[in-house]
Design a protein around this ligand. Structure first.
Ligand code: GDP
Length: 295
């Protein structure tokens, strides 16, 4: 399970702190050294770790802890609060358009879980009473169109395809189709590549212009660690994103990407993929995630 090793390490560190009636500055510093190592081992971005430790240390050796009756627990509370802040404090909800149709443009590298996540998001919204339409904009891999159709069929969600014509034309036609047939959510499954390249970005910028999406959601694979954070930075700089969906958080990942990406890009994680099944999508709650790490 994700964060297992980080959780183990932090919980061990805090076992010593919890029992202490009185804390010295040296106790706090020793604990923070262990927290720092645990975060770095979990593949959290170095600069983020440095800032995080500084913040917690400042708060912990200030009045907040020394005057507290249970200083050990107070330190743990500070770490919990700062971890929550790191991941965005409160849950970032999906925005809906005030016009009848909300358009979500899904972007991401090949293999990140984009097509699967289009289905998961459609399923999530359908359960809320929406009428989603999935749109196959990945015209470069015929298998991708087929895959989206299979996903849509299994969820009884309609899939709009036009074969291998320009994705900009497909986007426009899909939105017209949604208006005509009463779909209030359009989910665009755009093409991915193995790496970010200029052609891909140009195409995405053109689709963005044509679709005027309510949100652009970047799908990233948590297993790729800091690469996921770099991908998020690039997509945000070149296209502008509204949020992220982090997939494969069920895997044996060290979790650093989930902890760093918000602070690095300023964009929130809105959902987490926690399995291959189309029901395995969770809303991302920073506070719950922090508590899961700290046990
Ligand atoms: P795409 O190339 O980005 O469209 O990626 P796909 O949707 O084809 O997914 C690639 C692989 O990742 C597939 O085997 C999916 O079943 C798997 N996958 C997607 N999301 C998750 C997730 O949250 N957890 C796990 N364990 N696997 C996932």
């Amino acid at each position: 399970m994700v964060f297992e090793s980080l959780a183990d390490k932090l919980q061990n560190t805090f076992k010593t702190l919890r029992g202490k009636g009185k804390l010295t500055e040296a106790d706090v510093k020793a604990a923070m050294r262990e927290v720092k190592l645990a975060l770095l081992e979990a593949d959290v971005n170095f600069k983020i770790v440095k800032d995080f430790i500084q913040k917690v240390t400042d708060r912990a050796i200030g009045q907040e802890v020394m005057s507290s009756l249970t200083p050990g627990q107070q330190v743990i509370k500070i770490v919990n609060e700062e971890l929550t802040t790191l991941m965005g404090t409160t849950r970032s909800k999906l925005t809906f358009s005030s016009s009848p149709i909300s358009v979500y443009m899904m972007v991401g590298l090949q293999g990140s879980g984009k097509t699967t996540t289009c289905g998961k998001l459609g399923n999530y919204l359908k359960k809320q009473g929406k009428k989603p339409l999935l749109v196959a904009c990945d015209i470069y891999r015929p298998a991708a169109i087929k895959q989206l159709q299979v996903v849509g069929d299994s969820l009884a969600i309609p899939v709009f395809t036009m074969g291998e014509i320009s994705p900009i034309e497909i986007t426009k036609a899909a939105i017209t189709h949604a208006q005509r047939y009463g779909n209030d959510v359009v989910i665009l499954d755009t093409a991915g590549r193995l790496h970010i390249d200029e052609m891909l970005m140009n195409e995405l910028v053109d689709i963005k212009k044509a679709a005027r999406p309510t949100e652009i959601l970047l799908v990233v694979d948590a297993m790729t660690g800091q690469d996921a954070v770099n991908v998020a930075e690039s997509f945000n700089a070149q296209l502008g994103i509204d949020g992220l969906i982090m997939t494969k958080l069920d895997g044996d990942t060290r979790g650093g990407a989930a902890l760093s990406v918000r602070a690095v890009t300023g964009k929130p994680i809105k959902f987490a993929g926690v399995g291959e099944k189309l029901s395995e999508l969770e809303e991302f709650h920073p506070d719950r995630m922090a508590s899961r790490i700290l046990g």
